[in-house]
Ligand binder design. Structure first.
Ligand code: CA
Length: 236
């Protein structure tokens, strides 16, 4: 059973999300504050698959919580909930490690769809493998990089690179299309799904984050190249 952490201080929203997720077959741990959410995440065995985090919380806010959760778990899918007035903050939420965001008010079916999509993404493979993979049919080699599709890990020069599942999916897309320029909306569709209703900025934010992890000099990328007015291209 998939485990979801829900951190939301507004009781009615928290209960609505919790109830609907439970009806959809998820194990849900609701929390009123980020501090409590963090406690639950630390104690959770096995770990949560997904976290749904409100941004405006009493005490620690959703951004800091997201950052804390990411420190301990790069595989968890994280969805941020923002109020309309925080539209501009969405991008900073993504920058610190969230996979997706939703603006309040939102429909429960939309939230469920996003959670299901994220679950599919975080679904594959076994976490925690540290040994570099040997080249076999489950790994793809691209220059200094090896993508191990079984464990969904990326290795650079034989060392594991900590990626979120969204980042992993983008890398998978890049490596499988090495040398080809990919349009922003192609990346969006391939990674976030055809029915994603957010904007293409989410791609740029994730690329920026990926460059920090993958490039020797993120400001002067050698692998993830910008194709101006178009999108991005991966080169070995
Ligand atoms: Ca709130």
């Amino acid at each position: 059973m998939r485990k979801v952490l829900v951190v939301e201080d507004e009781t009615s929203i928290r209960e609505m999300i919790t109830l609907n997720l439970q009806m959809a077959g998820y194990a849900v741990a609701p929390a009123e504050t980020a501090e409590r959410g963090l406690e639950l995440a630390k104690a959770a065995q096995p770990k949560f698959d997904i976290a749904v985090l409100d941004i405006m919380l009493p005490g620690m806010n959703g951004y800091s919580l997201c950052e804390q959760l990411r420190k301990n778990d790069s595989r968890m899918g994280i969805i941020m909930l923002s109020a309309k007035s925080q539209e501009a903050d969405k991008v900073s939420g993504l920058a610190i490690g969230a996979d997706d965001y939703m603006t309040k008010p939102f429909g429960v079916s939309e939230l469920l769809a996003r959670i299901e999509a994220l679950c599919r993404r975080v679904g594959g493979g076994n976490p925690g493998k540290v040994a570099a993979p040997v080249a076999d049919k489950d790994s793809v080699i691209s220059g200094r990089f090896v993508l191990d599709e079984r464990s969904r890990m990326l290795y650079k020069d034989g060392r594991p690179v900590e990626l979120t599942q969204v980042e992993y999916q983008i890398m998978e897309l890049f490596v499988r299309n090495a040398g080809s320029a990919l349009k922003r909306n192609e990346i969006l569709e391939a990674v976030w799904g055809k029915n994603y209703c957010g904007d293409e900025k989410i791609v740029d934010v994730n690329i920026r984050r990926l460059r920090m992890k993958v490039e020797d000099v993120p400001g002067n990328p050698e692998h993830i190249l910008t194709v101006w007015g178009f999108g991005y291209r991966w080169t070995e």
